[in-house]
Design a protein around this ligand. Structure first.
Ligand SMILES: NC(=O)c1ccc[n+]([C@@H]2O[C@H](COP(=O)([O-])OP(=O)(O)OC[C@H]3O[C@@H](n4cnc5c(N)ncnc54)[C@H](OP(=O)(O)O)[C@@H]3O)[C@@H](O)[C@H]2O)c1
Length: 489
């Protein structure tokens, strides 16, 4: 089913067949609400019965739920499908036709933008354990768009509402049905791209910093992947607290931007040992580390914690070394996995937590309360996603490459349709050999509207005080440098 162009781009399947194979779920989904991708399968079956693959699907026994808006039979939409685990060629854009009717409690959304997350890179490689079901599966944990039909019993959403959405999967579609409780009304001034960039990165950063790590005035934080989606979200959230000293690791070319965002001490982890760099400035270490890396970095980060320090482990990026899964890298990181005993924790006065938004899928009220706070922070100008670049669904492979090759600064966005700039950017699109990519970068920077920085007066003031604070830290702590915690390997 791959296009002749093969390689980098997903195949576009006209009048897609229903994904065959295993329809079982990875566990944990709400029984009464099949996910968006399953709904599409039903739609296809209705519309184009008789295709060989479709006959493998169990027919839907459910009556279509009555809707306030008439669903339009013959609706055409696109879906980005992961067909099996592997490289970029395992992604396929399917053009589907069929009626998609929101069930009771659901809304149907015409999607304008979707967020790409590191989790989807890992999912493609078979390294993500929280997919709603095995491939073939529609990916996508966040999107933004307009409500165009409302299911029975939904009182607080109307046709025309602009919403952002967070869900465990199935959202990379141009038309999608989801539980109304997974949708949030967007502020008027928020673009669809921003809306799609907020949920996963900002909910994650918020819950780690404020719920687990209890970030407070005067504390120091080490962020890894500081120029990425979560990294920039966490930086902006740290700036809402006075006098936080922020260490951030990122490729050197990204340092000016993360400094502008609010990182006090950018560290080029690719050429320097970040542990040594942090200790040069703050010999005692830091109060909080957010660790998305895994493998041997868990222990390094743990050993950097001051007494009463907190580490939140929330990813395993080290396991993903490129387009394809490397067994060698998996084995190496597995062997270096982190272990700490209860007695070591007790003696060191440190806390270690694990965070995974995917497994909070059922905690609807918890997530809704965090999102309400985030939308307030957006309205007040404290947070604003930095959009790195925007790609058409058909370029999902290149969008993923942008992240795998560590080229993104901020959020990578997918859109179902891309208008005139598409042609321009296609001309400048990367060659298959990987050489590249002015087009998307330009778009990215055009779309970067992280300008409210200026309005965050506190931010820049804080920066200055933070620097001073950090220096004071050094001089104070320089003397106590020799004090050693038992090393955890
Ligand atoms: N647990 C959760 O609920 C949750 C939710 C969201 C994200 N996460 C985790 O948070 C981390 C960041 O996610 P994100 O979506 O915001 O992605 P991202 O940070 O935008 O990811 C891409 C950037 O990460 C850096 N990087 C470090 N190691 C890398 C590697 N092995 N491969 C590619 N890039 C690498 C690169 O920047 P530099 O050039 O600066 O190195 C790259 O540009 C990931 O580990 C992800 O799994 C966890």
């Amino acid at each position: 089913m791959m296009s002749a162009e093969g390689g980098d781009q997903p195949a576009v399947a006209e009048e897609a067949t229903a994904p065959g194979g295993d329809q079982s779920e990875a566990g944990g989904r709400q029984q009464q609400q099949p996910d968006a991708s399953e709904r599409n399968v039903e739609a296809q079956q209705e519309e184009a019965p008789g295709k060989e693959e479709q006959q493998q699907q169990p027919p839907s026994k459910e009556e279509p739920t009555p809707t306030k808006e008439e669903a339009q039979p013959g609706e055409q939409y696109k879906a980005v499908v992961l067909t099996s685990f592997g490289g970029y060629d395992k992604l396929r854009v399917e053009r589907r036709t069929g009626a998609m009717v929101p069930a009771a409690g659901e809304v149907r959304i015409r999607v304008h933008a979707c967020g790409l997350n590191f989790a989807e890179l890992m999912a493609r490689q078979g390294l993500y354990d929280c997919l709603p079901k095995k491939p073939p599966v529609v990916l996508g944990m966040e999107c933004a768009g307009e409500v165009d039909a409302v299911g029975e019993g939904v009182e607080d959403r109307n046709v025309g509402d602009r919403v952002l959405v967070v869900n465990r999967g199935g959202l990379w579609q141009s038309l999608v049905c989801v539980a109304a409780t997974k949708t949030f009304i967007m502020p008027n001034e928020m673009s669809f791209e921003e809306g799609a960039a907020i949920p996963v990165n900002y909910i994650t950063a918020y819950m780690m910093l404020f719920d687990f790590a209890n970030l407070r005035e005067g504390k120091s934080v080490l962020l890894h992947m500081a120029a990425g989606g979560v990294g920039i979200a966490a930086t902006q959230l740290c700036k809402t607290v006075p006098n936080v000293t922020l260490f951030g690791t990122a490729s050197a070319s990204k340092h000016d931007i993360i400094r502008e965002q609010g990182v006090t001490h950018p560290i080029d982890y690719r050429s320097l040992d970040y542990v040594a760099e942090v200790r040069k400035i703050s010999p005692k270490g830091v109060d909080i580390v957010l660790d998305p890396l895994g493998g041997s970095d868990n222990a390094k980060n743990y050993n950097l914690l001051k007494p009463m320090g907190k580490m939140v482990i929330y990813g395993a990026a080290n396991f993903s070394t490129g387009e394809k899964t490397s067994v060698f890298s998996l084995a190496k990181n597995w062997l270096r996995s982190f272990n700490v005993s209860a007695m070591q924790l007790l003696r060191s006065n440190r806390a270690v937590s694990g965070y995974h938004l995917g497994y909070l899928d059922e905690e609807v009220e918890l997530v809704r309360s965090v999102m309400a706070n985030l939308l307030d922070l957006y309205r007040q100008g404290h947070i604003k996603p930095r959009i790195d670049s925007t790609w058409a669904f058909e370029k999902v492979g290149d969008a993923m490459r942008q992240m795998h090759e560590r080229k993104n600064i901020g959020k990578v966005i997918l859109v179902p349709e891309k208008d005139e700039p598409e042609e321009e950017s296609e001309k400048e699109e990367p060659k298959k050999d990987g050489s590249k990519k002015e087009g998307s970068k330009k778009e990215g920077s055009k779309k970067d509207d992280s300008k409210k920085e200026g309005s965050k007066k506190e931010g820049s003031k804080k920066n200055d005080t933070k620097k001073e604070g950090a220096k004071k830290d050094d001089s104070k702590e320089g003397e106590s440098k020799k004090e050693e915690e038992p090393e955890v390997k």
